[in-house]
Design a protein around this ligand. Sequence first.
Ligand code: ADP
Length: 459
Amino acid sequence: MFKKILIANRGEVALRVLRACKDLGISTVAVHSTVDAEAMHVRLADESVCIGPAPAAKSYLNPQAILSAATITGAEAIHPGFGFLSENASFAQMVADHGLCFIGPSAHHIAMMGDKITAKRTAVSLGLSPVPGSEGGIKDPATACALARSLGYPVLIKASGGGGGRGMQAISQESEMESGYNAARSEAQLSFGNPEVYIEKYLACPRHIEIQVIADQQGQVVTLGERDCSLQRRHQKVWEEAPSPVLEETVREALCQQVRSAVAALGYQGLGTLEFLYQDGRFYFIEMNTRLQVEHPITEFVTGTDLVCAQICVAAGEPLAFAQKDILLQGHAIECRINAESPIDFLPSPGTVTSYHAPGGPGIRVDSALYDGAIISPHYDSLAAKLIAYGRTRTECLSRLDRALSEYVIDGVQTLLLFHRALVQNPQIQAGNYNIRFLEEHAETLRAAVQNLKASETA
Ligand code: ADP
């Protein structure tokens, strides 16, 4: 096992990794930018190194600075968390070339899945069905039109190098194709440094279902059930639950079996998530994330595992401590992403937290790096906290979640707390009756519910 790990991240995920290291008896090195000198992950780590100024490109995204920090502190391994360099194949390769362990899969597998066209081709070769669409990149609008005609409108133009819900353009008719195609390419170039785009059928009302998997270096592959991440804003997850309110056991098992075979055939090692859209009883592969996911705690709740500890152990060459037969899904878990954003118009709300009180009690977990006086910097992602509730049944989980949301105090900045309260109290959400369009289609109702909650809070 490693003696010392450098955590190349910040915020709640840096804390999450740090806690796993403590549980495993591993020393930790935090890295931070100048604005994060007082941050919680720095305070709780055994050592810390300042790696640059506030802009992420000069600190958390600077491979040389991170590798130097690892060298001077004698860390043997680097945990990238999620975001930042976690899916950067050349960083993973640099870490390996420096004789250190990158806690994640090989650079080869990261590169393969980081390019969505290659990922879809690979998925096909492994027997998974992707969303119908182009086989490779689309060269020009005329080719896009020809393909869209055969698929039927609407279609989605997606960036091959895309991520984070960005770089997608929905096209509902042929007259929109030329401008949509050009806009998608320039956005792809600007955001991901790669203009290549491809086309998929735009599914009308799917659910987003993803399967958590982990593989060790001895060839054992274990799936840990699914997460339903259909509640999204602008293709970004807001609320996730496990298990999905709609999957039958036999359907889940068939999909998990397919995923295990695919991951084993790939020779993949480490944690991974295969994402699918689920509509009319069929699963369509969309992508594989080769890292820890933001929403991993709900899987930890329903499987009774510690995914970060397991991830570190398999990276150190240890065999998985659990077999497939040990993974029994029990109870229900929901995660709310509490972003520092207005619950009305979703504009970011950076600033200083003037008062902080986290909820507790049975079945509640809070993953957050916030505290009284914490600064939410405009330089980074707006995810400020994750509130995770667990119950023996979905009903118990929802009621604990409602209770915890009403206890949670984060003053000084705006957050999505009230938005999540509106969600947990919504009858359709309570019935588990939603798909990826729900938040967009019910935006008005939810805005009114937030305004009511706001008014009753100030009354
Ligand atoms: P990213 O890597 O940017 O997160 P994904 O391919 O994982 O992109 O898709 C993110 C979300 O976008 C999905 O969960 C879904 O809501 C939506 N989406 C992606 N592809 C399609 C599609 N073909 N039809 C409908 N919605 C889609």
